[in-house]
Every structure is written in structure tokens, then in C-alpha cells.
Design a protein around this ligand. Structure first.
Ligand code: MF3
Ligand code: CO
Length: 261
């Protein structure tokens, strides 16, 4: 069942999502070689708690972190650890959830650590562009497949591959609601988008082959060929004939300044 949200509910969803943007901006200030992903997790936990909210991922199906930190070949759901020390040239997807006023926010950004190769920066740029092209399709009357097509078409044009095992999703009182939002698809296929739907669009795009596996921790997904993966996510409301992006990268990119990709 797809839950349609009222305007008031969408404002609450925006509040949860805006706090994610602020949290990720705090992390952007400290992401650098030598920092561990557990340090980032602690910072996020404290920041979210200090703002009267709860980390939405913590204890979700037993997930142990407040954020997912996926480095290089890790695709999603990397578990923060004091053993993962960021180094120059790495990329790290930080996926963050905030639960406030009964509603979940969900948004992710992939950061560069120090100097990252041109090849990988281009992967990040294209993935972010693909996210916004997908969002352009999130309007009443379009279909889920239109979003997937827009994302896939853009990324494959550059020779990148789209991960298929993980998809975007509805978001609201639950972190994961219907419908699923794949990052691949055909124009005119799938569920018709309606005013009041809120979906998280989250392309996971890789330099190599699209195949992934799960590490022995039961959570961390990584590419089989160990080539890097980029991941950007926005929560988006469909209403008034347009896509209303509820999360924001503005605060993050203010911190990154000229380092923003
Ligand atoms: N954005 C991620 C997703 O929708 C969040 C995962 S939350 C976790 O899959 F708790 F499962 F890690
Ligand atoms: Co998500």
C-alpha cells in the first residue's frame, strides 16, 4: 500500500530531512585522511540527539549505526567502525536517517577524502546529475519507470553501471514504504506517480560491473570487482505538479566550498 501524505505531513518530512542535511554538513567539516568512520557515526548521533530527533537507522532491523558509511568499493550499508580509517583518495558515501515527529528522513552524499582521481570525481558528478534527472521525473502522472530510465540512461551513456539489488523507496512513518524506486527501468512502466507520494531516490552507480555481494558482517554491500561506487540520495515529495526535494545538499556544499563536486 502506498501512503499519500498531506501537506502538513510533508512539512514534517521536510523537517526530518533538513536535519539530515545539517548533520551531513557537520560531518563534511571533519571528513579527512586519518578520521575513522566510527568517529563520524558518534558525531552524527550526538548532533541528531542534540536537535531533538532520533537517528532513523539505529537498530533498524538490528543495524548498529546511526549512519551508513560506505567507502570506495562499498556500495551501501557500510557499518561505522574504528578499524576503518579514511585515507587520501578515498570516497565515502554517508547515508543518514533522522526520525522526528513520527516521520523519517533519508538522504545520502558521497564525499571525497583529500585528493581523488579525476576518473572517480567524474563518477560522482554523473551520479549526482543522474539523481537530479530522476527527480525531474518525480511529478504526478509520470511512472516509477520514468525515474529509473532517466537515471540509468544518463549513467550508462558514460559507461557506468547501475546497481540493481538496492533501490529507492517510499518514505514516511516508516523508513521503507512502497513503492520501490529502481535506478533502472523503462519509460512508461510501473506505478503511476500521484500527488502526496514521498519517495527516496538513491542511485548507486559503479565504475565497473554492476554485480555486488554482502560482506560477512551481514550488512555491507560491495562491488564484486572492487571498483568504486557513488551514492547520492534525496527524499522527494510529489505534489502541486512538481518534485519538491525535502532533503538538501546546500549546507553540505557550503562547507565543502570549492571541494564540492
Ligand atoms: N538509504 C538506505 C536505504 O534505504 C538506508 C539504509 S538504513 C539501514 O537502504 F538501517 F538499513 F542501514
Ligand atoms: Co534510502
Amino acid at each position: 500500500m502506498i501512503f499519500l501524505k498531506t501537506d502538513d505531513e510533508i512539512e514534517l518530512l521536510r523537517e526530518s530531512n533538513m536535519l539530515i542535511g545539517q548533520t551531513l554538513a557537520e560531518l563534511a567539516k571533519v571528513i579527512a585522511p586519518g578520521v575513522t568512520t566510527l568517529q563520524l557515526d558518534k558525531l552524527a548521533y550526538e548532533f541528531i540527539k542534540d536537535h531533538g530527533a532520533t537517528p532513523g537507522f539505529l537498530n533498524y532491523n538490528g543495524y548498529p549505526g546511526s549512519i551508513c558509511t560506505s567507502v570506495n568499493e562499498q556500495v551501501v550499508h557500510g557499518i561505522p567502525s574504528d578499524k576503518v580509517v579514511l585515507k587520501d583518495g578515498d570516497i565515502i558515501s554517508v547515508d543518514c536517517g533522522v526520525y522526528k515527529n513520527g516521520f523519517h528522513g533519508d538522504s545520502a552524499y558521497t564525499f571525497c577524502v583529500g585528493d581523488v582521481s579525476e576518473e572517480i570525481i567524474n563518477l560522482l558528478k554523473t551520479t549526482k546529475e543522474a539523481l537530479y534527472l530522476g527527480i525531474e521525473q518525480a511529478i504526478p502522472g509520470r511512472r516509477i519507470g520514468d525515474i529509473g530510465f532517466a537515471v540509468q540512461n544518463h549513467c550508462e551513456k558514460f559507461g557506468y553501471s547501475v546497481v540493481r539489488e538496492f533501490v529507492g523507496h517510499g518514505v514516511g512513518r516508516s523508513l521503507h514504504e512502497s513503492p520501490e524506486v529502481p535506478n533502472y527501468g523503462r519509460k512508461g512502466n510501473g506505478v503511476v506517480l500521484k500527488s502526496g507520494m514521498v519517495i527516496a531516490i538513491e542511485p548507486m552507480i559503479v565504475l565497473g560491473k554492476r554485480n555486488v555481494c554482502i560482506e560477512n558482517d551481514g550488512w555491507t554491500a560491495r562491488t564484486l570487482d572492487r571498483k568504486p561506487c557513488a551514492h547520492f540520495e534525496h527524499s522527494v515529495a510529489i505534489r502541486n505538479g512538481k518534485a519538491d526535494i525535502l532533503s538538501s545538499f546546500v549546507e553540505i556544499e557550503k562547507v565543502l566550498g570549492t571541494r564540492a563536486i
